[in-house]
Design a protein. Sequence first.
Length: 107
Amino acid sequence: MIITTTHSVEDRRITAYLGIVCGNAVMGTNIFSDMLAKVRDIVGGRSGAYENALREAKDAALADLAAQAQALGADAVIGLSLNFETIGGDGKTMLIASANGTAVKLG
């Protein structure tokens, strides 16, 4: 499965547009990750715990997107857009990753 942010696949012709597909992942963090992130906010630096959670959420959203595209019989997803959000507070932060694109058949 080809997944690309571009609106075409080089040297391939799009023969059919199968529709918009999306994948979403909501990942919880724990209170220790939140506390470490608050310390990093004060002293600076990167938060490995949040980076790993974002990576896991992105991978899960892309896997969900690919599964939806395959179910439609797609060869590729073009125009990929990735979005990230957080919700929560008081030690209950949730990370949300959303992947959207257009499933297509290639010739």
